[in-house]
Each structure stands twice: as structure tokens, then as C-alpha cells.
Design a protein around this ligand. Structure first.
Ligand code: ADP
Ligand code: ADP
Length: 226
């Protein structure tokens, strides 16, 4: 069943750039779809519209049948991880993760339980007291992922989350994220310009060019016919 439905979404920036051009896509429950394409092909703009950080010029986005096209990010069941993690450096890891739950007025004991569980999930059990600026780049991205996951979004949005990491770490995190995604069964959109990354992680790949789908299919199909 389709959880995310993107229907003929267009984004034209002031100045006339057609970043996304009548783009449509259905994403099934638990599916990981990679948006692959060169810089400027509209991947990030599309992802930001799904997350509510950018308003479509036209078209409709629904999640679980609810029209979210004009809802702000905090009212959508989505969690976004950006290329640069944007953690709060003046707070420790625990507080970074607890923040969103506090806003939801969750009781402290429950917050603690959820934060500890998600830290374990991303391989950072026991790191709650660390300040985020004492962590390595990979650890910081794990915290950023945990901060999204702790709010239990229906859809996870990842915008080149490993771009700033070295090749070795990138490959490791790729596997970790895929493993976590499958364990949680969370529907995920993953933006990348790396074909390797898309091939190794995706259930389906959408190859974008000029704000449109150039090709779509399972990794083996897209790979054979580039
Ligand atoms: P990608 O993520 O594939 O690199 P983007 O979605 O970032 O592509 O960009 C698609 C196009 O939209 C590019 O031509 C880019 O310059 C343009 N663009 C992106 N954001 C803005 C903005 N805020 N204002 C104007 N143009 C933008
Ligand atoms: P605030 O000043 O924002 O109220 P607190 O320091 O009182 O934040 O922490 C809020 C809750 O989070 C408390 O229950 C506290 O015990 C708990 N907490 C804070 N840091 C950690 C941590 N590293 N590990 C586990 N629990 C923590």
C-alpha cells in the first residue's frame, strides 16, 4: 500500500527556475526509495517539499491519505536528516534527542526510555552525557538520525546525510542506516548523487533530471540500463 503520494508537484522559484517539474511518485509502506541524479536535478527541493520546508507551486502531497501539501514541518509525520546535521552544540546528546519529546509534553521517564532505546538503535548507547561537538562526524550523523527517529515519524527523509564523511565511514553508515530502516520498517526517501549509494541501499531508484523522473525501477534494472 502506498504511504506517500506525490501528485504532479511543481516548484518554480522566483526568478523562474523550474526546480521540480510536474513530478509524481508513490512510495509503498516500508520502502526505501533513493532519489538519484546530478547536482541541480531537483532532488533536494523535492525532499524539502515532502518535509514541509518548501512549498510547492502546484501539485499535491498526501501521507497516509492526508493532504499535507500546506502543513508546516512540525505538523507532518516526517523526520528529516540534513547533510549538515545541525545538532545543538550547547546541549548534550540526551537533550538533543529529548527536546522534541519535551515539546510534546511527554513525561520524563518515558522520554528517558525512548531516548535510551534510540541511542542503542544507532549504536550510541551510553553517549547521552556527551556534548555533540565532542563527537566524530559519523557519531554526529548518528545522533541526527536518532533525533529524527525518536519522534517516530512515518516517513524518514535523508538529504545526502553522509556527504561530509570519508568513503570508508560512508559505506559503514550506509549499511547501518539500511539495517535500521529495515528493522523499523520505516518508509524512507533518500537523496544522493552517488550511484553506489543508491544501488546498495534502495528498494527502488528514481533517477532525476531537470526536476523530472528520467528513470525509475529496482536497482538491478536501473543499473543495467543507465
Ligand atoms: P539537487 O538537490 O538535485 O542538487 P536542488 O533541488 O538543490 O537540486 O536544485 C534544483 C534547482 O533549483 C537548481 O537549479 C537550483 O539552483 C535551484 N534552487 C534550489 N533552491 C533554490 C532557491 N531557494 N532559490 C532559487 N533557486 C533554487
Ligand atoms: P532541563 O534543564 O531542560 O529541564 P534536565 O537537565 O533537567 O533538563 O534534564 C531533563 C531530564 O533528562 C531529566 O529527567 C534528566 O535526568 C534527564 N537527563 C539529562 N541528561 C541525561 C543523560 N545524559 N542521560 C539520561 N538522562 C538525562
Amino acid at each position: 500500500m502506498s504511504v506517500l503520494h506525490i501528485a504532479e508537484v511543481t516548484k518554480t522559484f522566483s526568478g523562474g527556475t523550474h526546480a521540480v517539474n510536474s513530478f509524481s511518485l508513490d512510495v509503498a509502506d516500508g520502502e526505501l526509495v533513493c532519489l538519484l541524479g546530478p547536482s541541480g536535478s531537483g532532488k533536494s527541493t523535492l525532499l524539502r517539499m515532502v518535509g514541509g520546508f518548501e512549498q510547492p507551486t502546484s501539485g499535491r502531497i498526501t501521507i497516509d491519505g492526508e493532504d499535507v501539501t500546506h502543513l508546516p514541518p512540525e505538523r507532518r509525520p516526517t523526520g528529516m536528516v540534513f547533510q549538515s546535521h545541525a545538532l545543538w552544540t550547547h546541549m548534550n546528546v540526551f537533550k538533543n534527542l529529548a527536546f522534541g519529546l519535551k515539546l510534546r509534553r511527554m513525561p520524563a521517564a518515558e522520554i528517558r526510555e525512548k531516548v535510551e532505546a534510540v541511542l542503542e538503535l544507532v549504536g550510541l548507547a551510553g553517549y547521552g552525557d556527551r556534548m555533540t561537538n565532542q563527537l566524530s562526524g559519523g557519531q554526529q550523523q548518528r545522533v541526527a538520525l536518532a533525533r529524527s527517529l525518536v519522534l517516530e515519524p512515518k516517513i524518514l527523509l535523508l538529504d545526502e546525510p553522509f556527504a561530509s564523511l570519508d568513503q570508508h565511514l560512508r559505506e559503514r553508515l550506509r549499511e547501518e542506516v539500511r539495517d535500521i530502516q529495515q528493522r523499523l520498517g520505516i518508509t524512507t526517501l533518500f537523496v544522493t548523487h552517488g550511484q553506489d549509494e543508491a544501488l546498495s541501499m534502495a528498494d527502488r531508484i528514481v533517477v532525476m533530471a531537470n526536476g523530472k523522473t528520467e528513470q525509475i525501477g529496482r536497482p538491478d534494472v536501473v543499473y543495467r540500463d543507465p
